[in-house]
Design a protein around this ligand. Structure first.
Ligand SMILES: [Zn+2]
Length: 251
C-alpha cells in the first residue's frame, strides 16, 4: 500500500504551483533561474547589495535561519513549501564573495543551497512525523498528532531540530564557503548554534532518532521498534526535494 505521505505530498504540489505578487516559484534549471532573477553579472552588483549582508547577518543573530527562509507544512491550509527571501540570498552571496574571493555566480548558488537545505530538512522531519503517525495508528497507540504536539511544546522553535537543520546544511556546503558559513551560524541563538555536535553521521542520526521519537513516548518504549531515525529518509527520491515547491519571496 502506498504511504499516505506520497499521495498527500503529490496532491499538494499541484495546488502550490502558482505564484502571487509577493513570491515566484523557483524553476529548474536552478542555476539559470538564479542568474536570471539576480542579474549577478552586473559588475556593480556587490557594491549595490552590500546593505543586504548587514540585514542578513543581523537576522541570523536575532532569530536564526528562519528570519531568512522558512518552511510551511503541507498540512497547512495555506500554500506550502520552502520560502526564501531574496534579500537573504543576496546577503549570503555578498558575504561569500567578499570573504572567499570566489566568482559571485558560484557564491549565489551556494547561498541559495544553504537556505534551501536547511528548510528541506524541516520538510523531511514533517514527512517523518506523518509516517510516525501511521506507525502509531498501526500499533493502536493513541495520542495527539506528533507533529502538532512537537510544534506546540517547542517555542519559539525546537532547539534540536534547528541544530540538525543547520548541521545538514553546513556539512553539505563545499569547502571554500564552509568556514564563513560556520562563523555566521555560530552567531545564531540557542539551538541553531549547536550544529557542531552533529558533525559525524553517527551523531547526526542518533540525534534525529531522538528528535522524532520525542513526541511519541508510546512508540519509543515499544520494544519492537528500532531505529526510528530511518523515518527521516534523507536519500528517498520523493523526499530529496524534487517534490517540494520553492518560492523566492520579495523581501
Ligand atoms: Zn529552521
Amino acid at each position: 500500500m502506498e504511504s499516505r505521505i506520497f499521495s498527500q505530498v503529490r496532491g499538494n504540489v499541484q495546488e502550490a504551483a502558482s505564484s502571487s505578487g509577493d513570491y515566484v516559484p523557483v524553476e529548474p534549471p536552478i542555476d539559470e533561474f538564479l542568474l536570471r532573477q539576480f542579474e549577478i553579472t552586473n559588475p556593480r552588483w556587490l557594491d549595490e547589495n552590500r546593505w543586504t549582508a548587514d540585514e542578513t547577518l543581523s537576522g541570523i543573530r536575532q532569530g536564526g535561519v528562519e528570519t531568512l527562509a522558512w518552511y510551511t507544512s503541507f498540512r497547512s491550509a495555506q500554500i506550502w513549501g520552502i520560502f526564501i527571501r531574496r534579500s537573504a540570498i543576496k546577503g549570503l552571496t555578498y558575504q561569500f564573495a567578499t570573504k572567499t574571493g570566489e566568482p559571485p555566480q558560484h557564491c549565489l548558488r551556494a547561498a541559495y543551497k544553504v537556505l534551501y537545505r536547511h528548510e528541506l530538512f524541516h520538510f523531511q522531519v514533517d514527512c517523518a512525523y506523518l509516517k510516525l503517525d501511521e506507525l502509531a495508528a498501526a500499533h493502536s497507540l493513541s495520542g495527539d498528532d506528533p507533529y502538532l504536539q512537537s510544534r506546540k511544546s517547542n517555542k519559539p522553535w525546537d532547539d534540536l531540530e534547528e541544530a540538525l537543520a543547520n548541521a545538514r546544511s553546513l556539512y553539505r556546503t563545499r569547502r571554500p564557503f564552509r568556514p564563513e558559513l560556520t562563523r555566521i551560524l555560530k552567531t545564531s541563538p540557542h539551538g541553531y548554534r549547536d550544529f557542531g555536535k552533529y558533525r559525524s553521521k553517527q551523531d547526526f542520526m542518533a540525534a534525529v532518532d531522538q528528535l522524532i521519537s520525542q513526541p511519541h513516548v508510546g512508540l519509543r518504549s515499544n520494544p519492537g521498534l528500532h531505529g526510528i531515525s530511518a523515518l527521516v529518509d534523507l536519500e528517498d527520491s520523493i523526499l530529496n526535494g524534487q517534490h517540494v515547491p520553492v518560492y523566492l519571496v520579495d523581501s
